[in-house]
Ligand binder design. Structure first.
Ligand SMILES: NC(=O)c1ccc[n+]([C@@H]2O[C@H](COP(=O)([O-])OP(=O)(O)OC[C@H]3O[C@@H](n4cnc5c(N)ncnc54)[C@H](OP(=O)(O)O)[C@@H]3O)[C@@H](O)[C@H]2O)c1
Length: 250
């Protein structure tokens, strides 16, 4: 993979912690130029400092991806400050509710769809416009195995990730041959996001019961799949969903 991402301008949302932070450091090690986004500035600046220490050029652009104006500004500022955009990683997501789907109210539905689906859509639209103008680019959407199979307690979140997967496949067709669009679907990953599942012994046991590798992933174990899909090593891959789930959906 060395040199295949060197100098590429890479935008990563949700980059301040968890999987997004590891992605930032992974792309930094590959020599990419980073534009990192999430809502809170201070933790984002800490990741910028880590990426810079790893030898990368990196900037922070605080962004709420559920706000279309801010999402558009993220891409505009990337182009203004870096001159282009080669890779967009839609990683930011939210899940404010656990439990039966029909118990959740429409406020939760709207919030989840704003951040998990509409945000990536607005970002894909703005980024692809620029990618087409410059002659190429790659988008990687971070989905979930909950978007491939219904998972108890994760109803609306799973539905939003299924929509993100369909957005991925639709855009892969519509934006070809100039822009490749793929997704990575992680299983359970040990981050703040999965704390409600991993800290309750009974829920943890149930969530891992059908995972052949018998543990959650650590965030670094998601990075290789994203680097691959973002790089020229995947130049003939588009519309694909790469599952990284320890075998859960096998
Ligand atoms: N952890 C898992 O088990 C798991 C499994 C499958 C898929 N995933 C997916 O992996 C991705 C990353 O999850 P994670 O586990 O790394 O989560 P995490 O540790 O909770 O990190 C979430 C990141 O997203 C940012 N974020 C949240 N809402 C945002 C918004 N509205 N606008 C911009 N940034 C926002 C957060 O920073 P701020 O709070 O500062 O905005 C943070 O940087 C998500 O798409 C998630 O659905 C996770």
């Amino acid at each position: 993979m060395e040199a295949r991402l060197r100098g590429k301008v890479v935008v990563i949302t949700g980059a301040s912690r968890g999987i997004g932070r590891e992605l930032a450091l992974g792309f930094a090690r590959e020599g990419a130029q980073l534009v990192l986004a999430s809502r809170k500035q201070a933790p984002l600046e800490a990741v910028v400092a880590e990426a810079t220490a790893a030898g990368a050029q990196a900037i922070a652009v605080p962004t709420h991806v559920g706000r279309p104006d801010e999402a558009r500004r993220l891409i505009a500022e990337t182009v203004q400050r870096c001159g282009r955009i080669d890779v967009l990683v839609n990683n930011a997501a939210t899940n404010p509710v656990f439990g039966p789907t029909v118990v959740a109210d429409e406020t939760a539905w709207d919030k989840i769809f704003e951040v998990n689906v509409r945000g990536p859509f607005v970002l894909c639209r703005a980024a692809s416009e620029r990618m087409i103008a410059q002659g190429g680019g790659a988008i990687v959407n971070i989905a979930s195995v909950a978007g491939l199979r219904p998972m108890p307690g994760l109803g609306i979140y799973g539905i939003s990730k299924a929509a993100l997967i369909h957005l991925t496949r639709t855009l892969a067709r519509e934006l070809a041959p100039t822009v490749r669009v793929n997704a990575v679907a992680p299983g359970l990953v040990d981050t703040d996001f999965s704390k409600p599942i991993l800290t309750d012994p009974e829920i943890r046991r149930m969530a891992l019961a059908d995972v052949p590798l018998a543990r959650p992933a650590v965030p670094a174990e998601i990075v290789g799949a994203v680097l691959f899909l973002a790089s020229d090593a995947a130049r003939y891959v588009t519309g694909e969903v790469l599952v990284v789930d320890g075998g859960k959906t096998v």
